[in-house]
Design a binder for this molecule. Structure first.
Ligand code: ZN
Length: 530
């Protein structure tokens, strides 16, 4: 790793509005002086692979400050250069980058195109938070890379649907916080959101519900308004390409065997009783699940996966596996025959049979599955990555079994919980102030060093039962996303709540520049933590 640097972070000395970077870089030194940027500054690019980084920077300048820079391959009197180092073998940490400058030039260099792109986010955070035609960037030396290789944010588009324009905005939020995974939860009891050409009923029937409950589940009534929407495969491709240009991997989630009401309503033969079934209008966990004893269910899912997998270059596909009541399996002759024929102990082992059969199919296509921690019950599929959501217990168990783990415990990383102690809008329950997010560390102390390495990162989840529009999603995500980005990117030694809290007001001013809706609980109730 190339290192022109220098001292580690001494946090107190670097906090100012001028240099207020989130997530805190691994190494940052503030120097005297500044670099002047205006519309005559050149953006120097020598490698077309960095074009997407240049575009992102220019788009940001244009949107926030009203001008963009001329991209050129020659340096001049005043310029910013973006470049990517060439290696004979893969760099140690491909998201590593360095940034340095003087009064007339700034030089950003990544160890890969992704590293350069992450560095652009730091460059953006050196820009002033007031709009002007001449921008003064403080001089710094940065040598930076993330601690965790998986840094994710999730969005549930099943309970409420969000259009492509908002999904792209959301991906930009992910990019601006140096995260690298977008987990797109595409199927639910309340709506199937992805076009499958072989099964048109999934979106003709399954993408719409005939009403939605009013208020907190089970509700005080029903609005009886038809609600829904879905993404065409072309739209999915467009979103995936948009994310890829930001070095963000999109992981689709196709839920099974539970949370399947919308699929069953579309094709009732997929359930144990043959229906009829309904696209759900309330929230919660439902007993309408895929029949595990019927081979045509597996043919259906394999055909669905045959269309889904090619849309997503990701090595992962999330298959859910959570909250699957076993009632219908207990009453179903086909499911009971499957248990007998395969010498399974009970319905938990039947679920394990289901997940392992799907895993085998997905592995045969060269991809890996992720499942919620319920997939541990009845025996874990051999190559599965586990997302631990019911606390850390499932993640710890999976790591001990030598499986990769992504931590997403509800009490620390569920952004559908309230940010304020006193409820200020309808939400699912729970209290998760930004201080508590910041206090989270994804690698549990009780694991050995080797086991801790199986924890590849963490993710915040955004379940949208009580988020009916983009403004509400933003209100729940921000500013907790800033805390998430720092616990996943910055070295543990440089993490300090008081220092973060001093940088946060500048981050909120950036959110103002982006016209983002965010919670002000941090200001109004600063002692609400923990
Ligand atoms: Zn069945």
């Amino acid at each position: 790793m190339s290192c022109f640097l220098i001292a580690s972070v001494h946090s107190q000395s670097i906090v100012s509005e001028a240099v207020s970077i989130i997530p805190q870089p691994a190494h940052l030194t503030v120097e005297k002086g500044s670099f002047r940027l205006d519309k005559n500054t050149a953006l120097v690019l020598t490698d077309p692979g960095d074009q997407a980084s240049a575009n992102f920077f220019n788009d940001y300048l244009k949107e926030v400050y009203g001008f963009s820079l001329k991209v050129t391959n020659k340096s001049g009197k005043n310029f910013i250069s973006l470049s990517t180092r060439k290696f004979f073998k893969a760099p140690d940490n491909e998201e590593h980058y360095t940034l340095e400058g003087n009064a007339t030039s700034m030089k950003l260099e990544g160890d890969s195109y992704a590293g350069t792109f992450r560095g652009v986010q730091t460059l953006i955070q050196l820009l002033p938070v007031t709009k002007s035609a001449t921008l003064h960037l403080p001089l710094v030396k940065v040598d930076d890379q993330p601690v965790y290789k998986y840094r994710g944010l999730h969005l549930d588009v099943g309970r409420h649907f969000f259009d492509v324009a908002f999904v792209k905005k959301y991906i930009n939020y992910i990019a601006l916080h140096k995260l690298n995974y977008f987990h797109w939860h595409l199927t639910e009891d309340q709506g199937w959101r992805i076009e499958i050409k072989r099964y048109p009923e999934l979106t003709r029937v399954g993408a719409y519900r005939d009403g939605t409950i009013i208020g907190h589940n089970p509700g005080t009534g029903n609005d009886h308004i038809r609600y829904g929407g879905f993404y065409t495969q072309d739209e999915i491709r467009d979103v995936v390409a948009y994310a890829a240009a930001r070095h963000i991997e999109v992981i689709p989630e196709i839920e099974m065997p539970g949370h399947a009401s919308a699929a069953l309503a579309s094709y009732p033969y997929l359930g144990c009783t043959g229906g009829p079934y309904q696209v759900k209008q309330a929230w919660g966990v439902f007993k309408d699940v895929y029949c595990a004893g019927n081979d045509s269910v597996f043919s259906f899912l394999e055909n669905v996966l045959d269309e889904v997998l090619p849309l997503f270059p990701s090595q992962y596909i999330h298959i859910g596996g959570d909250e699957c009541p076993k009632d219908s399996w207990k009453a179903c002759p086909k499911c009971q025959k499957r248990i007998q024929d395969n010498h399974l102990k009970d319905e938990h082992e039947l679920q394990s049979y289901f997940v392992q059969r799907i895993e085998k199919y997905i592995n045969s296509k060269g991809k890996k599955i992720i499942g919620w921690d319920e997939i541990l019950e009845g025996g874990l599929a051999p190559n599965a990555t586990v997302m631990s959501w019911r606390g850390e217990k499932g993640g710890i168990e999976a790591a001990k079994q030598n499986h990769e783990v992504i931590m997403t415990p509800g009490s620390y990383l569920y952004f559908d919980h309230s940010q304020t102690k006193k409820e200020d809008s309808l939400h699912i329950g729970g209290y998760l102030p930004i201080q508590k997010v910041y206090a989270y560390s994804p690698r549990p102390a009780e694991l050995t060093d080797a086991e801790q390495q199986k924890i590849i990162g963490a993710q915040a989840n955004v379940w949208t039962e009580y988020m009916a529009n983009p403004a509400k999603v933003e209100y729940m995500v921000f500013p907790r996303l800033a805390a998430l980005s720092e616990i996943l990117w910055s070295p543990a030694a440089s993490r300090d709540w008081n220092n973060f809290a001093q940088r946060l007001p500048t981050q909120l001013k950036r959110y103002d520049l982006w016209n983002v809706n965010y919670s002000r609980a941090f200001f109004t109730d600063p002692k609400n933590a923990l």
